[in-house]
Structures are given as structure tokens and as C-alpha cells.
Design a protein around this ligand. Structure first.
Ligand SMILES: C[S@@+](CC[C@H](N)C(=O)[O-])C[C@H]1O[C@@H](n2cnc3c(N)ncnc32)[C@H](O)[C@@H]1O
Length: 359
């Protein structure tokens, strides 16, 4: 968590307000949990994309979160588990009475955040990030309507609970516990239970120095060769036993897989992309394609791609011009407004004289 990360209002998501279970789509999940989470949208989307990646790759294992507060990211993990084709349970560790005191290793900012005379490392709440077990259970089980059997609640200080915890195989370890002692203990006790290709996500890496120290000291002591992927200014993650993929560049719909598959199945001369120069650039940067390995990019406003694009830039055209190029597939790469652009792509495909798939 980072104290600056604004709680987003739930906007029009009122969990439980309709007959539809909340949080089926990525956007729905993000909205349904936003008001209960310290995570900003970028970190929430990243967590969701990681869960999806594990599903897509068939990596079995449970989700374990340490640092639940009011249950926002726990809800996200619960909703991700519900839509997963792989059976997963979600383990939730928290004091459910707020953060304990930091120590000197957490630095001056943490001490200031804790308040005077409260940086002694005692297992006493500093009354920050408080979410009671009742609040969290009500949110997960009543508001989000997730089945009780999805969750294992482990209330108490990690220092008391982790030493005797019989850990299950972990596909996703989400550590959102701020302080050196807490983060270090989570890594010491649980890293070995993360399955090959599982992820370890540190929510506070960029924000609290104790979290960074804990991770690097742990990695150094174990002589682990880990690389971290940074997401925004706070989150970082690593993948066990394998180089992490580049940061998720869309809303968890495995865009990279779609792009690679589309190019392989149809050939570059039959694939068009719809939307989002940023995502296209990220795919190029990550080496999944270059400007010439595609028929072109459809954009409502081709002029915003700029005049200074290099010689291998893609052809960027308006939707109506795309028809004459006869794509076999349109891959939607936009990350913002995905639903709208996806609908537009479907409508466009319907007006084409031949069959066009929309991915
Ligand atoms: C930033 S909050 C978690 C935010 C949450 N993931 C969300 O979605 O908003 C950090 C949580 O870690 C818990 N925590 C940190 N260290 C702990 C420890 N040693 N034992 C138990 N709980 C701890 C605190 O109680 C607090 O709820």
C-alpha cells in the first residue's frame, strides 16, 4: 500500500445492487473492489493480469495475500479465482486491526507515518490501514457474493500465525504488508511454497524502503537470481523459476498471446490491430512485432499517431478505410475503453464483404 494511493470511488458499481454477480469482467472486478482497496487502478489491473496469465498458462496453485486491510485486493483475488478454470482458494492473512509498529529499518518516513514513539517494532497496532475481519467478510461474502469456501481467513500477527502455517502450493503470493519485518517474514516462510512459474507481487516495493530492503536482503541471502518488473511507482513483481514477462499491457486478456497467435495463424498480411498506439508501441518494444509485421492499425483518429513515426511504423488508417485491406482478423489492443473499441471492431467487421474475426 502507499498512503497516497487514493481510494477510488466505486463509481457506478454497487456490489449486490443487481441480480448479476458483481465483477465478472476485468472492469467489473476493478470497479467492484475499488472503494475497499488502497491499490490504485494500475496495480489492481496488474494483479488481475497476473492472475489471468496464470490461468492462461494453466499454472495451478492458490492465491495467498498478506495484508488485507478492508478487503479490496482480496476481493479482486476472490473474483479472479471465481472465474478461473483452475480450482483456487484464497488465503487471507492480516491482524485485522491495522499495521504494527515499524522499526528503524523502515526509515524515517515510516516512523513519521506511525507517529511519535511508535516505531519500536512492537506488535501493537498503529491504527493505520485498519480493516476488521467483519468488514472484510461482509464485503467478500455479502457484497461481492463470493462463496465462503473460496477463502481461508488467518487473523493475527504474521509473526504468530506464519511459523505454524501449513502452506498450500501458491501460484500468486501478494505481499502488501508495508514493513521490513512483515515482508521479510512472508518471504522467508512462503517463497518456497510458490510453485514454479508462480508470481510474487510486492505492493509496496517502490514506496516503503523496508519492503525493498526485505526483498533484496532475502534474495541476496538465498543467492536468488530474480529480476523484478516494476508497475507504476509502487508495485513490483517477480516470477519464480522463469523470467517474468514484460508488464501487462492490456486488461489481462493475454494480448501478447493473441498477437503472436494471430500473426502465426493468419500471417502478418492478414492481421489488423484496432486502437491504442501505446499498446502497439509496447508490443514492438517487447519484441512481439514490429511496424511491418502487420497489415496495419485501425484508429478512429489516425492523425494522433504523429508524423515523426519511423520508417517501420505501421500503416494507420481510419475504420472505413480498413475494409479495402481485407483483414482476416482484427486484434483489439486498446487498454482503455476496451469494451467500446471491441464493439466498434465487431460492427466494422460486420460491414466487411468477407468473414473477419475479432479477437
Ligand atoms: C496496506 S494494507 C493492505 C491493503 C490491501 N491489500 C488493499 O487492497 O487495500 C496493509 C495491511 O497489512 C497488515 N499487516 C502488516 N503487517 C502485518 C503483520 N505483521 N501481521 C498482520 N498484519 C499485518 C495490516 O493490518 C494492513 O491491513
Amino acid at each position: 500500500m502507499s498512503p497516497f494511493s487514493a481510494r477510488r470511488s466505486g463509481s457506478n458499481s454497487k456490489p449486490g445492487a443487481s441480480d448479476e454477480p458483481p465483477g465478472v469482467t476485468d472492469d467489473g472486478i476493478i470497479q467492484a473492489v475499488a472503494a475497499h482497496s488502497f491499490l490504485d487502478e494500475e496495480r489492481a489491473r496488474s494483479l488481475l493480469a497476473i492472475a489471468r496469465q496464470l490461468d492462461d498458462e494453466g499454472v495451478a496453485g492458490n492465491f495467498v495475500e498478506l495484508g488485507v486491510a478492508r478487503g479490496g485486493s482480496a476481493g479482486l483475488l476472490g473474483l479472479a479465482a471465481r472465474r478461473s478454470p483452475i480450482p483456487r482458494r484464497v488465503w487471507l492473512f492480516d491482524s485485522f486491526e491495522g499495521l504494527p509498529e515499524p522499526t528503524e529499518r523502515d526509515g524515517a518516513e515510516a516512523a513519521a507515518y506511525a507517529g511519535p514513539r511508535r516505531a519500536g517494532g512492537q506488535l501493537l497496532t498503529i491504527e493505520r490501514c485498519v480493516g476488521t475481519l467483519d468488514t472484510v467478510r461482509t464485503f467478500l461474502l455479502d457484497a461481492l457474493r463470493l462463496p465462503a469456501q473460496t477463502f481461508e481467513f488467518v487473523p493475527g500477527w504474521f509473526q504468530d500465525m506464519l511459523p505454524t502455517f501449513d502452506a498450500p502450493p501458491i501460484a500468486l503470493l501478494h505481499i502488501d504488508a508495508d514493513w521490513y519485518d512483515s515482508v521479510r517474514l512472508c518471504l522467508d516462510r512462503l517463497y518456497d511454497h510458490v510453485v514454479p512459474a508462480g508470481y510474487v507481487v510486492l505492493d509496496d516495493y517502490g514506496y516503503w524502503e523496508g519492503c525493498r530492503k526485505a526483498f533484496h536482503e532475502f534474495a541476496a541471502e538465498r543467492a536468488l537470481d530474480v529480476s523484478l518488473v516494476r508497475v507504476g511507482s509502487c508495485q513490483a513483481y517477480t516470477r519464480k523459476g522463469r523470467s517474468p514477462l514484460p508488464p501487462p499491457i492490456d486488461r489481462g486478456v493475454a494480448i501478447r498471446t493473441k498477437v503472436v497467435d494471430a500473426l502465426r495463424l493468419f500471417g502478418p498480411e492478414r492481421v489488423m490491430f484496432y486502437g491504442a498506439g501505446r499498446e502497439f508501441a509496447a508490443l514492438c518494444e517487447a519484441g512481439y512485432l514490429d511496424g511491418r509485421s502487420t497489415l496495419g492499425v485501425i484508429d478512429d483518429d489516425p492523425s494522433r499517431w504523429g508524423a515523426e513515426r519511423g520508417h517501420d511504423a505501421p500503416l494507420v488508417i481510419a475504420p472505413e478505410a480498413a475494409r479495402s485491406l481485407r483483414p482476416a482478423v482484427i486484434v483489439v489492443t486498446a487498454s482503455g475503453c476496451w469494451d467500446r473499441i471491441y464493439r466498434q471492431a465487431v460492427e466494422l467487421a460486420a460491414t466487411m464483404p468477407h468473414r473477419v474475426e475479432v479477437w
